[in-house]
Design a protein around this ligand. Structure first.
Ligand code: TXA
Ligand code: MG
Length: 456
């Protein structure tokens, strides 16, 4: 099978505009798209939408978090195609992506509303009695959709979702992504799209089209290239069907942001960090919980850990010479210092740390970002660290910068970039997870990627 990357710029696909919802009292606006039949970009998009509808081979597309590997969520064969391409065991449920609340409601079907209310402890809402979306989720959806938030919903008994999507659970995850290309694709295909991250199982999540191509070359036909992803870590997964509500996976929307919403003040953390369960022991590669991992072993320095000396670097390299270093807040590099080429400075107090992204402001807010500029790609600087009587270390230095949003956006790409340069080990300067949930999301992913965890 030949894999092709099709560049699509959302600005060139036709006319996109926000519209008021057809429900008078609705909580979210809607999006209208008139594709321009003469645009090459629109043609790529239409072709990908056709494949989603008819083929059993999944299609990769960008979202604001990471690239997704999409398939028609209502067709078992198509959903199985995702597991085949990723080579992932079928016991992990998938997130279903929608382009509007209306389409999500259509899936939940209004006639099921009573049943859903029963499942959600009888929460009701005066003005939305016929709305199948549980009232608990209303403030969240209003504030964070479209955006990096996945909500767990009861899967109605008569559900059109393929059983492979839910992996046998009675619930499913739903989200409306804040990426115009993703929305245009889902809208054009006019089906709910099941999509996990578009990496091969165990590899770092892809935040650019070439990452997808690297992992899935020959396994899928189509990758829509919409440029690098904005957020860089996956969506926050929340369960509001239980009391208190839970965060099942940290991600693009923080616990603090969730707590600012009515009914979510007491949201609890329902996930475990690898560090909590495994301590700081070195872990063997290839174990079941290994995730997000590049080929080279990753050594994660928790915030506050001392920077590694040259001797320690040699230890991590195990006789080899090429070392990747991913820097964030405090590390600086001096290639002429042959004992301590990495120095830890005090964190810059003025650095813009865990800045919270506000909700996109509905579809209208998302459209307003259409013409904003793209992030520049990051560069790798090579340093030679000479040594008397020992191999010179070739240190490849990749700086993500001090602010948390930038670290989140660049961290998966950085692991992949260094892997491509054939490094023998990757040292990562961790950030302080207590500072906010974006930081916690980054550290959660890094601990899963790391084989060695150096305590702070
Ligand atoms: O940002 C994202 O969410 C990306 C993009 C492509 O949208 N997607 C993504 O999907 O990360 P995936 O399959 O890699 O992660 C799905 C997560 C898993 O942690 C899974 O356990 C959880 O969502 N999940 C899905 N359905 C669930 C359910 N019914 N109950 C509990 N957790 C669920
Ligand atoms: Mg994933």
């Amino acid at each position: 099978m030949e894999t092709s990357i099709f560049p699509v710029d959302a600005r060139n696909i036709g006319r996109i505009y926000a519209v008021r919802s057809t429900r008078k009292d609705d909580i979210l606006d809607d999006l209208a798209i008139e594709l321009d039949g003469n645009s090459e970009d629109a043609k790529h998009l239409i072709r990908a939408a056709e494949q989603l509808k008819c083929s059993d081979i999944p299609v990769a597309f960008p979202t604001e978090t990471v690239y997704g590997l999409g398939a028609d969520a209502t067709r078992s064969e198509a959903v199985r195609g995702i597991y085949r391409a990723k080579q992932r065991p079928a016991d992990n449920p998938l997130i279903v992506h929608f382009a509007s609340l209306k389409k999500l409601r259509d899936l939940l079907v209004p006639s099921q509303a009573t049943e859903i209310k029963a499942l959600t402890n009888g929460h009701t809402s005066e003005s939305h009695d016929d709305d199948p979306i549980p009232p608990m989720y209303r403030p969240l959806v209003t504030k964070f959709w479209p955006g990096p938030l996945t909500i767990i919903l009861p899967n109605p008994p008569s559900s059109r979702l393929a059983p492979e999507v839910t992996a046998g659970l009675t619930t499913f995850g739903a989200r409306i992504p804040a990426n115009l290309l993703a929305l245009a694709l889902i809208k054009t295909a006019n089906i709910p799209i099941a999509a996990p991250s578009a990496n091969a199982s165990t590899k770092p999540s892809p935040t650019a089209a070439e990452h997808v191509a690297f992992d899935l070359d020959g396994r899928i036909e189509t990758i829509l290239d919409g440029g690098p992803c904005d957020v860089g870590v996956e969506s926050t997964v929340v369960d509001g069907l239980c009391d208190p509500p839970l965060i099942l996976r940290p991600g693009g929307v923080s616990a603090e942001q969730l707590r600012s919403c009515a009914g979510w003040e007491n949201v609890q953390i329902g996930y475990k960090n690898a560090a909590e369960t495994e301590g700081s022991q070195p872990r063997a590669p290839g174990m079941k919980y290994r995730h997000y991992s590049p080929r080279a072993p990753v050594v994660l320095f928790e915030a506050g850990a001392s920077a590694p000396t040259v001797e320690q670097m040699r230890g991590y390299l195990g006789g080899k010479a090429k070392l990747g270093v991913i820097r964030t807040r405090c590390w600086t590099i001096d290639g002429s210092n042959d004992k301590n080429p990495i120095m830890a400075s005090r964190p810059n107090e003025t650095a813009d740390l865990d800045t919270q992204r506000e909700g996109a402001g509905g579809f209208a807010g998302l459209l307003a970002t259409l013409h904003s500029s793209r992030q520049p790609s990051r560069t790798i600087t090579a340093h030679k660290i000479p040594a008397k009587g020992s191999t010179t270390i070739e240190l490849l230095d990749l700086a993500l910068g001090p602010d948390t949003a930038g670290v989140a956006r660049g961290v998966f790409a950085a692991l992949r970039e260094l892997d491509k340069r054939d490094v023998d080990a990757i040292l990562v300067e961790g950030i302080d997870e207590t500072e906010g949930t974006t930081a916690a999301a980054v550290m959660n992913r890094l601990r899963k990627a790391a084989e060695v965890n150096v305590a702070g």
